[in-house]
Ligand binder design. Sequence first.
Ligand SMILES: [Zn+2]
Length: 449
Amino acid sequence: MKLLLKQGTIVTSERSFVGDLLIEDDKIVQVSDTISTSADKVIDCQNKIVMPGMVDTHVHFRDPGITHKGDCYTESMAALAGGVTTICDMPNTNPQTISYQAVKDKQELYASKCLCNFGIYIGASRDNLEELKKADEDNTIPAIKIFMAESTGEMTLAEDEFLRPIFAQTCKMIAVHAEDENRRLERLKLFKEGRLPENSEIDLKNPYQHSIIRDNLVAALGTKRAVDLALEFQRRIHILHISAKEELEFLEKGAKTGLVSGETCPHYLWFDKEQIRDYAGLRIMNPALKSQVDQQTLWRALQTGLISQYTTDHAPHLLEEKQQEYGKLPAGLPSIQFALPLLLHAVYQRKLTLNQVVKLYSTNPARNYKIQNKGDLIEGFDADVVIIDPNQKLFINSKIVLSKCGWTPYQGMTLQGGSVVITIRNGEVVYDHGQIVARTKGKSIKIKE
Ligand SMILES: [Zn+2]
């Protein structure tokens, strides 16, 4: 099967030019100014942007076990509609993906249901070092996930006695939820006892406390500790969901050695902590939202490339769950369907270039995680491609949400950088002008040795 994309503006990580792209079966076989060949199908891409499919290495598709919120079929539909063709799913499902066998079972589940290509993390626990070592031998597993602080799923691993052996005895990249659990617990205790200065401003039920307890220093101390461990053990780590400006100093120190990379997520770029006052649970996630100054600093770090990756941390919860009182409501936001259009809007606002969008959400994720043959429009790479109409505005409302949870925190926004019109995954048109048309399922990623 030959599929020819004609005369689109082809945007790679390095350049943009008007040209043709030829796909044969599931591979990109040619990218150039003009390609003269017969094809089984030709898509006219004039006045459209052609980009590599997005690679989102941080999602929570809730499958298996928490599927009333989302499952790998519904959430992958939302992904494809948002131009995301590859995802890596976190281990805080039910059962937790903390044994080698659980990873293999979850891979089988995703191969039968998930419409995107996928990678399945293995999570670290107090007693699964041998399982992590087994995962080291398997090049379909993207990384080990460590939750250094409390978050959804009760997988916290904060003590040196558990962390250090993992750094010492495994080899796969470690993706870290870097917050300082001791400081978090201390601030929680002080707040409940009414002993923080902020106690004078808000009562004990106010969800705004989330940003007071999980403050900038909780994030920065977590990142410092993770970077220190990486340097001590000479291990490759990736800092998840960077939210505070103070984290960047430690990221930079680690990045200089080539051992440390980092990501941030749409909510830290478009929202700030003051919004918790109006939106309550709909602005609660871990780490917590920070200030507008932090937000501006994160944008600058994306522009300079210090933060080399953008991921969603897509975390669907039902609206009624998010509307519960603070203490009961779960942390996390759904976002995968609009993550790329949000970045395109940032291009419209001249905060980023299209090449930077490709780097942040496709090329660098594939590079950081060493995912084979993905993340750019290069001959020989997998044919994961997204076609964007830059002249089509996107009005975000819950009616167009494909996630099972059926709502979006970006409700009401008008994005002016363009809309995804066609998504191609493994050479197959899987999303076409508002419709999911996938006939096949996604495939497991492979990590370069
Ligand atoms: Zn997460």
